[in-house]
Design a protein around this ligand. Sequence first.
Ligand code: NAD
Length: 259
Amino acid sequence: MGILDQMKLDKKTALVTGGARGIGKSVAYGFAQAGANIVIADWDIEEASKTAQEIAVAENVRTLAIQTDVTRSESVEQMIAAIQKTFGSLEIAFCNAGICLNIPAEEMSIEQWSKVINVNLTGVFLTAQAAGKLMIEQGKGGSIITTASMSAHIVNVPQPQCAYNASKAGVIQLTKSLAIEWAKHNIRVNSLSPGYIGTELTLNSKDLQPLIKTWNEMAPLHRLGKPEELQSICVYLAGDTSSFTTGADFIVDGAFTCF
Ligand code: NAD
């Protein structure tokens, strides 16, 4: 089979958490263009349903939207049950839902700290755990991709993001741990570390508006990345051409972390 055929995701089902918008939505489009059926799991069910419908029409694949709170294990379990009921199996999981709070460390409450850690780290764990458990039962391997960040590697000044940075560093070590544990099941687990990408998280955050000009000046390519610039790496990680790639982290940041 040629390399382009091996990249196809036909007959596979791909779960995308935080898939209603932003990076998740764009990567869901990428998976659909490669032929996968798509599950959009997001807290925002209205936006998730719109996205799922759009993708079904545009890419002619089956889609499902499920209201999910990745911080709650019952919600994640219900999501997995709905996937099994609708599609019968799950081959790809993109554990991507995440939030960011910019609060100086000395002012951060335990509630604010826990909110970020619960979505960004515990949410990734619960999603990967439930997807991995199902993939082990299915017995035919699978691909799990987690969303970390360049903030797992560097501390971006000037915004104070200690909980975010810590959560994303945790995602990378969690990813490597799962890759080792599940290698015997041929379940590959890799992380994606995007740099600044133009999404609601960055473009619509009042706190971050003044910083976008600074980031553009600092960035070697002098621009933010586009969500669609993360599609190809995720399609690669989801499919068979990456069969020897597991436990790896992929920094896609336009060289922001290189200096
Ligand atoms: P976004 O805010 O545009 O989208 C995030 C989505 O996650 C939203 O649809 C939201 O409803 C959903 N979500 C939030 N909490 C949830 C929960 N508890 N359960 C289920 N869904 C929930 O963000 P984005 O920019 O697309 O970011 C996606 C991921 O990429 C995040 O993990 C983020 O930390 C990471 N990231 C983003 C950037 C960037 O510059 N945009 C850079 C590095 C990493």
